[in-house]
Design a protein around this ligand. Structure first.
Ligand code: MN
Length: 642
């Protein structure tokens, strides 16, 4: 059995400056709180938080996470959050609070709720990624002690692990926990199939191990002879991974089990490709099986080369080749990023390996905006909320959304007649801000119609559009179409951000000297070739221009402008910058068509976003939100109508 001293020793190995007094204090408090409780196994309860904290040392997590792990069940056992805050400070208290809320949230989740949404919901409600990692460690230990619980409970907890937590671990790239969760869950969910596979593994294990070991040594020796500094690992496949492959590829146990899996771990990327060449000279590659996840990382940060070869005796060998660092990422996923990010005092972590820089490096290889957004999802979730209809359907909304947004998300009829709402069974106004996990029931009335002030409350573009449309159709707000225009002309005009008095078919250029933004007072200068440069009225070039050959023209922002615009943002490069901007955009319910970022100069980043705007107000609102983000230096429009 592990003790608090074992834990402290493990921590000191990776963090010599750990606050051992604080950790010991957390342990003492937890032990006192759980004193009268026992685990189902009969062991004292404190064993559980202690082991959860112990697992976190694998991820080299910080003092706050370790303390939060030790205290993670304390609130449920009667410890007061205020007291926790007093004794351990804001950071630890907020981690423990997050973990407690996650438990409450899960209790609300019914079987009928869509699994994917529950996963998202869990990710969203944990505003600190450390909460999820602690939760996964908690889950892992609960799974490892599952045999002590009653049969019906076993099944429920196992399927929860398989369907909710293992995929979360996968998405965050924490293979180490994902693999264990799946294997244990498999054992409880499909006991017969598990036993069948287990018997076969035990029977063939020794023979297999010796073949693996032989090929492993052979390969390692060859690579080293050829000057590759590396280590080669051979391993048996896990029960569940064999089972999954049997199902997916419709193969027999032997066909899967007889494949030898080797992993080459090198010191640098170059050596990965060199090793691949050496392996191909040694053994015969099977065509079409090579995959380069180094150049094209998976969305969960996984990077590695994959290939399948056959040795002289006909043994099929699956090889994975990656660097030490990639291996760490493959096992620990975001948790390893987290370690890089936080270990500021530790010189061995290269600070340049920031979240942002990696995203930007990888982005070059990611083909579509969708993939890109998937990659960012973890951060992205932070500004989304997930609420339920009374029937258990999950509705995804931006943070700050109200029952009106919810009503329009369901159906515009419900939105138009929304009169009030019940949130978690309690009457609420249409203004009340919704929170993840809320069950929302909209009360409608035939007499109710959309109100003008709703426009100020709603957060989604959809609701705003519908409300505006209704108000326009019923003459409550003016329709801004100009008379005598054909539909085509109207469409065309909507694509132009700026209208110029008396000139048609002009080319608009936003002046580089003052970079006008929507809402700024502007003036145009027309050249003979119909190019009109737009300046801010307070631009210091105006005086010179007025003396020049160009004609001064009256220009104005088009309010019902509707087109894709390219927005550029210059900022001081820092961890999480890109995600912050995307979050801000997502929070307004706006879709980003393309996003991209690059480093300029020493510590500056230039981010580019192509965004489809609904109108000028929309753009103005978004620009002002982006400007308020920390470290943003400049926001400007680089292209209109892309
Ligand atoms: Mn627990």
């Amino acid at each position: 059995m592990v003790s608090i001293n074992d834990l402290l020793e493990r921590i000191k190995k990776y963090n010599p400056n750990a606050n051992t007094d604080l950790i010991r204090k957390a342990y003492d408090v937890a032990e006192r709180i759980h004193k009268s409780e026992k685990r189902a196994s009969g062991e004292p309860y404190i064993v559980h938080p202690l082991i959860v904290a112990f697992y976190l040392t694998d991820f080299e997590m910080d003092d706050a996470s370790i303390c939060a792990a030790l205290l993670h069940d304390s609130i449920e056992s009667g410890y007061k959050l205020d007291l926790l805050k007093q004794n351990f400070g804001e950071e630890i208290a907020s981690l423990v609070d997050g973990l407690t809320k996650l438990t409450e949230l899960k209790a609300k989740g019914r079987e009928t709720y869509q699994l994917e949404s529950i996963r998202k919901m869990i990710l969203a409600s944990a505003n600190d990624i450390r909460i999820i990692i602690i939760k996964l460690a908690d889950k892992l230990h609960n799974m490892q002690t599952l045999q002590h619980l009653p049969k019906e409970v076993q099944k429920r907890i196992a399927s929860e692990a398989m369907e909710i937590y293992a995929p979360i671990a996968y998405r965050l790239g924490i293979e180490k926990i994902k693999r264990q969760l799946e294997d244990i869950a498999f054992k409880f969910l499909e006991p017969e199939k598990y036993r069948e596979i287990d018997e076969k593994i035990q029977k063939n294990k020794n023979a297999r191990m010796s073949i693996i070991e032989k090929l492993r040594t052979l390969l390692e020796k060859e690579l080293k002879t050829q000057g590759i500094d590396c280590r080669v690992i051979g391993r048996l496949k896990s029960h569940y991974s064999i089972y999954k492959k049997m199902l997916k590829k419709n193969r027999t146990f032997e066909e899967i089990f007889d494949v030898v899996a080797l992993r080459v771990i090198t010191k640098n990327v170059d050596d990965c490709y060199k090793a691949l060449g050496i392996i191909h000279a040694m053994w015969t590659p099977i065509p079409k099986h090579f995959k380069d996840y180094i150049a094209m990382p998976k969305s969960n940060f996984y990077r590695s080369l994959h290939d399948i070869v056959i040795d002289q005796k006909g043994t099929i060998v699956e090889v994975q080749i990656r660097t030490e660092e990639m291996d760490k990422v493959a096992e620990y996923g975001v948790a390893s990023h987290w370690a890089y990010k936080e270990a500021v005092t530790d010189k061995k972590f290269d600070k340049k390996l920031s979240w942002l820089r990696q995203i930007m490096d990888w982005q070059q290889d990611v083909k579509t905006a969708k993939e890109f957004v998937e990659m960012l999802e973890v951060d992205f979730f932070k500004d989304q909320i997930y609420v339920f209809t009374p029937k258990g359907k999950v509705i995804e909304l931006p943070k700050g959304a109200t029952p009106i947004d919810f009503a329009y998300a369901i159906h515009s009829d419900i939105g138009d007649h929304a009169f009030g709402a019940k949130i978690n069974g309690t009457f609420a106004t249409l203004r009340q801000e919704l929170r993840t996990g809320d069950v929302v029931d909209i009360i409608t009335s035939k007499q109710q119609t959309p109100k003008q002030d709703w426009l100020k409350i709603v957060k989604t573009v959809k609701a705003r559009e519908k409300i505006r449309k209704y108000l326009q159709e019923h003459g409550k707000i003016p329709i801004k179409t100009k008379k005598g225009e054909t539909k085509e002309e109207q469409e065309l005009r909507k694509q132009t951000l700026i209208s110029v008095q008396g000139i048609k078919n002009q080319i608009i250029k936003l002046a580089k000297c003052c970079l006008p933004l929507p809402g700024d007072d502007i003036v145009g200068f027309a050249s003979k070739s119909k190019v009109i440069s737009i300046h801010r009225k307070d631009c210091n070039q105006i005086r010179n221009l007025e003396k020049g050959p160009k004609r001064k023209v009256t220009v104005s922002w088009q309010t019902d402008f509707k087109s894709v615009v390219e927005l550029k943002v210059d900022a001081i490069d820092r961890v999480g910058l890109f995600a912050d901007i995307l979050n801000t955009i997502a929070a307004t319910g706006t879709n980003v068509e393309r996003a991209n970022a690059k480093v300029i100069g020493n510590d500056m980043a230039e981010c580019t976003f192509q965004i489809k705007f609904e109108d000028l107000d929309h753009m103005r609102d978004l620009v002002s939100r982006i400007k308020r983000i920390k470290d943003i230096k400049k926001v400007w429009l680089s292209k209109v109508g892309v």
